[in-house]
Design a protein around this ligand. Structure first.
Ligand code: ADP
Ligand code: ADP
Length: 205
């Protein structure tokens, strides 16, 4: 059994995607990200409507839709995983605890004014899904820079709503893991390299 079952928690814009991608590459883990999986299925008809209807408004997609994605991904992740963007409420956290144990729970802490700046400046490469930033992480290759797009939910109004949804639904999840013990808090400020070093120290402890 691998000891690399990692949960990365943090508000929108904390750097979960950026750091999960690095963790997955470094430790050869599956990167399980509900945000990317849902974006790939934005138009899928479910009994609750399409995921896109919720995502574009900054609201949570209903639990049954998200849980199904996670359970399928976990069943393929025998050699360890890094979970990014799930669980986002207490019911999802309970469901997850019925599916798997976790070896590391890391909370990426970033102040709110910085989150807004990171999210509104985020740009995505539609070909690779990689995240960049207009100021903090500009691609070296001008061809990539040219094709970058902004996510619909990274407009300032939706960003504020996502942060509200985070405080209401996901902060209790952070508290839940903190009370259960084992939550390690890491500062998400500084360069992505600096943040990665901090997370690596936790994972290799
Ligand atoms: P970020 O981490 O930047 O907030 P994500 O890419 O993780 O964004 O998520 C984008 C959107 O996808 C969320 O605003 C929400 O609508 C939906 N989503 C992602 N993960 C979940 C989840 N675990 N539960 C419900 N909705 C989710
Ligand atoms: P999350 O998945 O938690 O929503 P992302 O990894 O997508 O966060 O990062 C949000 C935005 O902030 C992206 O534009 C990314 O390039 C940028 N970013 C990530 N880490 C840092 C950092 N340490 N410093 C500055 N900007 C960062």
């Amino acid at each position: 059994m691998s000891d690399h079952r990692i949960l990365l928690l943090g508000p929108p814009g904390a750097g979960k995607g950026t750091q999960s991608t690095r963790l997955a590459e470094t430790y050869d883990l599956d990167h399980i990200t509900t945000g990317d999986a849902l974006r790939a299925n934005k138009e899928m008809e479910t009994e609750y409507g399409t995921p896109g209807e919720y995502m574009d408004a900054g609201e949570l997609v209903p639990d049954p839709v998200v849980n199904e994605i996670v359970v399928a991904a976990l069943s393929n992740a025998d050699d360890g995983f890094v979970l990014d963007g799930y669980p986002r409420n207490l019911d999802q956290a309970e469901y997850l605890s019925e599916q798997t144990d976790l070896d590391h729970v890391v909370f990426l802490d970033v102040p709110e004014d910085e989150l807004v700046e990171r999210l509104t400046g985020r740009r995505v490469d539609p070909e690779t899904g990689d995240n960049y930033h207009v100021e903090f992480d500009v691609p070296d290759d001008p061809e990539i820079e040219e094709r970058l797009v902004q996510r619909e939910d990274d407009q300032e109004d939706t960003v504020r709503e996502r942060l509200r949804v985070y405080r209401e639904n996901t902060e209790p999840v952070v508290e839940h893991y903190r009370e259960a013990g084992g939550l390690v808090e890491v500062s998400g400020e500084g360069t992505p390299d600096e943040v990665f070093e901090r997370i690596r120290d936790v994972v290799e402890e």
